[in-house]
Structures are given as C-alpha cells and as structure tokens.
Design a protein around this ligand. Structure first.
Ligand code: ADP
Length: 277
C-alpha cells in the first residue's frame, strides 16, 4: 500500500520502468503521483503517455508545461520546436484518446498533508486558494480548450492581483503552477533563471523561500527544476533530478519519506562507453 511521487519523466520510459521494477510497484495496491511533464525532449513520449493513461487509477498525474505544449499543438496553437519529441503522439492513431485524457488532468492535487503541483504555488496563495485557482483554469481548459490554448503562451502578467481577469488571470495562474522557479524583487515571476540555488542572482529568490509565503501548512511536492535536484526543506520536496539530462529519475515515498533513484540511460551508456575505453 505504498504511495510514491515520481519526478518529470519526459518520455524517459526505460528509466520509469526500471524505477517501477526497483520499487516492486504493485498496480493493485500501490499508487504513484507524477509531477507532470510526462512527455517531450525524451525518446519515448508516445509509449510513456500510453502506459500512464492505461494505469490512470494507480498512476495519477498533473499537467506540466510540456504537457500543455503538446495539448496546444493538438488544438492548433504554438509551434513544434526542433528539440520537441512529441510528433509521434500527434501522428498516432490514438491521438484523440490520449489528448482527451491528458486534457482532463488537473494542475493541483491534494491528499492529507501533501500537495502536488508541477512547478510551484505562488507564495501569497494559501493551499486552499491555490486549489480554487487551479480549478478556474481546469474548467476553461476542459470546456473551452481552443480558447484556452489561443491565449496560453506568454510571460505577462508577472505579478498577482486578485482583480486580474480573463485570459491574463488564466495565464498568470497557469504560469505559476507550470513554469515558475524564481521570483524577482519579492513579487514578480522570473522566466529566465533555471540554474542551481547556489548560482541564483541576488535579485532572485526561489518561490518557496519568499518571506510572504502562505502555503506552508502542507508539504508541496513538485518537479520542473532539474538544476535544483532532490530538495527537501522549507515544507517542499522537489523530485526532478534530471532523468532527461543524464541525472536520475527519483521516487519519494510519501509514507516513510525514503528516496529511490534510477540513473538515466544516457548516463549508463556514457559510463559503459568510458569503462570499455
Ligand atoms: N505559457 C507558456 N508560455 C511559453 N511557453 C510555454 C507556456 N506553456 C507551456 N510552454 C512550453 O514550455 C516549454 C518551455 O521550455 P523550456 O523553457 O525549455 O522549459 P523546460 O526547462 O521546462 O524544458 C516549451 O515547450 C513551451 O512551448
């Protein structure tokens, strides 16, 4: 009856399957929370998405920025980039079923003392408020997807104001849940910084260290920030350890807070190569 949270898979199916084997994952009794970004940049986005959809009772996800990018492309918005590896999904015979299922996934999950989001929660929002704001976006995404994706891309506005309305409000909420890492000058979203905590410029702070942070009554589980890596402090746990970038895929056990990791296939191939040399 174990429950784990697993970081951004991004099409790294081999690492995901290795991790399930090490955990001795039992779909009948165990559950997974996935931090989103199931697809893109990695080698097996289509097979990963199919596997998770097939097990959606025991593998529960939320949406990350790369999942939203895939959905936007399906609805005719955004541009396929050179590094994207999601064309196989867009060309798949079961494209519609996969997209319809993905579009129904939330931005926020909560259970007992844990909350799951892809990137973070805006510091001034309590968990209860964040849950309602996520639902505002989910409602539009599920019922008016074409409208939602027509207005999703963009970095503005960078500050929260409860009077924000319409597409600007939806964009700000979506950007917090799926793209935020650092904030600048205590109250503005920063979209540039992706590096480590040690190298963060003086005018930036990670969202979870903001002095005005109000979502500290629960432990917030998130991914999205591979340079942060496994981070467990400040009432947050980051489990994105860069499976895609030669790091590892991480599972964090919500019962005893133990950690299991499996190295990325890229790293294994490199080590075998240098070993043979
Ligand atoms: N609101 C948005 N504005 C801009 N890009 C977005 C937005 N939502 C999703 N995306 C997608 O997020 C991805 C951003 O990639 P990148 O900046 O490299 O982030 P990451 O570090 O998560 O890979 C792109 O695929 C982009 O299309």
């Amino acid at each position: 009856m174990a429950q784990y949270v697993i970081g951004d898979i991004q099409g790294c199916l081999a690492e995901f399957q290795n991790l399930l084997t090490i955990l001795d994952f039992n779909p009948g009794t165990d559950t997974l929370w996935l931090t989103g970004d199931l697809v893109n940049r990695g080698p097996q986005s289509l097979a990963t998405l199919r596997l998770i959809k097939q097990h959606d009772g025991c593998m529960q996800t939320i949406l990350g920025n790369h999942d939203l990018h895939l959905l936007a492309l399906h609805y005719g918005y955004g541009k396929l980039k050179r590094a994207d590896t999601i064309s196989d999904i867009l060309n798949a015979p079961d494209r519609k079923e996969l997209i319809d299922w993905l579009c129904q996934q939330p931005l926020y999950r909560q259970q007992k003392d844990y909350v799951l989001v892809h990137a973070g929660i805006w510091p001034e929002w309590t968990c209860a408020q964040a849950q309602l704001l996520a639902q505002e976006v989910e409602t539009v995404l599920q019922h008016k997807p074409t409208h939602f994706f027509a207005h999703m891309y963009g970095n503005q506005p960078v500050r929260w104001n409860k009077h924000l309305s319409g597409d600007e409000r939806l964009r700000f909420i979506t950007n917090c849940f799926t793209r935020m890492r650092a904030i600048t000058d205590y109250d503005a979203l920063d979209f540039d910084y992706k590096g480590t905590l040690d190298d963060m410029p003086a005018h930036c702070l990670p969202w979870f260290k903001a002095p005005n942070r109000r979502n500290i009554d629960k432990t917030i589980l998130f991914g999205h920030w591979s340079a942060l890596g496994l981070y467990e402090a400040d009432n947050v746990v980051c489990v994105d350890t860069g499976a895609l970038w030669g790091g590892s895929l991480t599972a964090f056990n919500l019962g005893d807070r133990s950690v299991v990791q499996t190295p990325s296939e890229t790293k294994l191939k490199f080590e075998n190569f240098t070993h043979k040399k």
